[in-house]
Design a protein around this ligand. Structure first.
Ligand code: HEC
Ligand code: HEC
Length: 238
């Protein structure tokens, strides 16, 4: 009778194989994030690489008017992509891109951007809430105090001190391009952007004047840069 000879595998090989299996587990767990990153940086099929317009770290491109995506809530981003694809939120640049994405790609890329660091230092923003702006500083006034005669609440009540964003559903505003903020408020007034949870923004935007929209957009767009002003850095107002 013949004896079966098993190939002898050196112990070092077993160890290498075991390590390979162990390291494969966490890689599998991060798969959607990896897919999201690949889509963001390289695109796929009909989907343009998001980084082309939204920046390599999702930091946006203020001069071009492209919003940042980094650190915004994953469910907020996914919902926007679904609305952009369906036309509930109208935009000629984003619609074809969002439409070309699968549901899984939308979830993956939203999760990827949500965990990237915010382009703005949120601790700085919160530390410099301006609760007593001069009334002629219209943008700071609306953002921090609102306009109660016209039923407009202070933006920071929902968007957090300094417009840093709150949780998954209230996006950060600080550092978004002024033109972008303005066009979103106008879109809600015109009904070309879905009013979102409880139609909160649709109602608020409809009550704002053009001057209030412009001033508030400028305030949130320049807030991060104004925090670097030496007077602000020392703890007072510029
Ligand atoms: C050619 C430029 C371009 C590319 C490429 C692009 N975007 Fe955009 N994106 C825009 C513009 C412009 C807007 C603003 C739309 C508006 O004004 O409503 C926008 C808005 C968005 C928004 C809404 C942000 C918010 O704060 O509500 C999301 C989410 C988004 N893009 C995700 C993506 C993803 C994910 C990709 C890649 C798969 C991508 N974009 C690729 C130009 C681009
Ligand atoms: C009662 C709560 C509430 C208040 C107050 C509020 N917002 Fe919002 N805002 C929201 C919600 C919720 C969203 C997300 C809408 C969505 O999911 O489409 C939002 C979204 C936005 C966006 C879109 C951001 C992006 O990335 O596209 C802008 C711009 C905005 N708000 C501006 C303002 C301004 C300016 C004020 C003050 C005049 C304000 N908001 C006050 C709840 C609020």
């Amino acid at each position: 009778m013949q004896t079966i000879r098993y190939p002898r595998i050196p112990a070092s090989r077993w160890l290498a194989l075991a390590l390979l299996l162990i390291s494969a587990a966490p890689a599998g767990a991060n798969e959607p994030l990896e897919q999201g990153k690949a889509l963001a940086t390289s695109g796929s099929g009909g989907v343009l690489a998001c980084a082309t317009c939204h920046g390599s770290q999702g930091e946006g491109n203020a001069p071009a008017g492209f919003p940042f995506l980094a650190s915004q809530g994953a469910s907020y981003l996914a919902e926007q992509l679904e609305n952009l694809a369906s036309g509930k939120r109208a935009n000629p640049i984003m619609q074809p891109i969002a439409k070309a994405m699968t549901a899984a790609q939308i979830q993956a890329v939203s999760a990827y951007y949500a965990q990237l660091p915010a382009p703005v230092d949120k601790t700085k923003l919160g530390a410099h809430v301006d609760l007593y702006p001069a009334q002629e500083q219209l943008g700071a006034w609306i953002a921090n105090r609102g306009d109660w005669n016209n039923n407009i609440p202070a933006c920071i009540q929902c968007h957090g001190p300094g417009g840093a964003g709150v949780g998954e559903s209230f996006p950060a505003l600080a550092g978004l391009p002024a033109g972008y903020i303005r066009s979103q408020l106008q879109a809600w007034r015109d009904g070309t952007r879905d009013p979102g949870p409880l139609a909160l923004m649709g109602e608020i935007a409809k009550r704002m004047t053009d001057a209030q929209i412009n001033a508030t957009a400028d305030y949130f767009a320049t807030l991060p840069a104004s925090l670097n002003h030496p007077a602000v850095a020392q703890g007072s107002k510029p």
